[in-house]
Ligand binder design. Sequence first.
Ligand code: COA
Length: 261
Amino acid sequence: MAESILLRETIEPGIVRLTFNRPDKLNALSTAMIEALDAAIDAIAADASVRTVILTGAGERAFVAGADIAEYQGNRTRAFAAYQFESRRVFDKLEALRKPTIAAIRGYALGGGFELALCCDIIVCAESARLGLPEGLLGLSPGGGGTQRLTRAVGRHAASDIMLAARRITGQRAYELGIAAAVVPDAELMTTAIERARAVKKVAPLAAAEMKRLIRQGPDSALPVAQAFEQEVLLRLYGTRDGQEGIDAFLAKRDPDFRGE
Ligand code: COA
């Protein structure tokens, strides 16, 4: 059942947690899990009360250990291609979600698990985190954006080391490479992710959505084009109700009441 493969909980108003829940298979991403994630993203996108999403894995051992390799067996090209197209579409949808997303990683985040984390805006790692794109060891290559998003995130040579030598990097190394925003003892992972989510909730929702888009799309544009886009966004935000509310609240020394308008 979709509900049990991917758990959805409201941690507190505005903060939803999605938990990949197949711990006996290290939360490997089956077709059913991709479908459940697709539906969950749609529901979250449509729910204005949700401000931010934490993604994590059930159990102590893994965030997500990649695509479900059992589904790959038997050279079933059509099914394999369908899985690849679907997972790419859902990963892209997660990245484009107009709400900040936080990946909370303990244990393995391999293959599609790492690719999924790279689609999130903020990554928090436990010390036990092990991230990698080991598809080459299966005679394959990443297909959920990993070769591109990791390279854009850490540069060609660090990405090559991770993919071409199939290295699993630690949470500490992910932090040093600038992928992880924090690395903390395993017992503190969720409280750290929730603290980040609370901080994210203080940022005006329209501003967060627009900054997300600028951060994501900017590096693929020429600098003057990206800067023009940035300025257009700022001028638009200035004209919103929340833009004026933020300024008024600051000057009145009160907390702003942002409404996403
Ligand atoms: N797909 C399907 N099943 C997976 C899986 C995956 N990506 N990753 C782990 N599992 C399953 C194992 O088959 C095993 O199932 P079983 O208990 O029914 O035999 C269970 O999860 C536990 O994994 P196991 O391999 O026994 O644990 P381990 O501690 O020896 O090794 C890993 C852990 C993560 C190193 C190892 O499972 C692994 O290499 N997984 C595949 C990672 C990968 O290549 N991902 C990219 C996929 S494209």
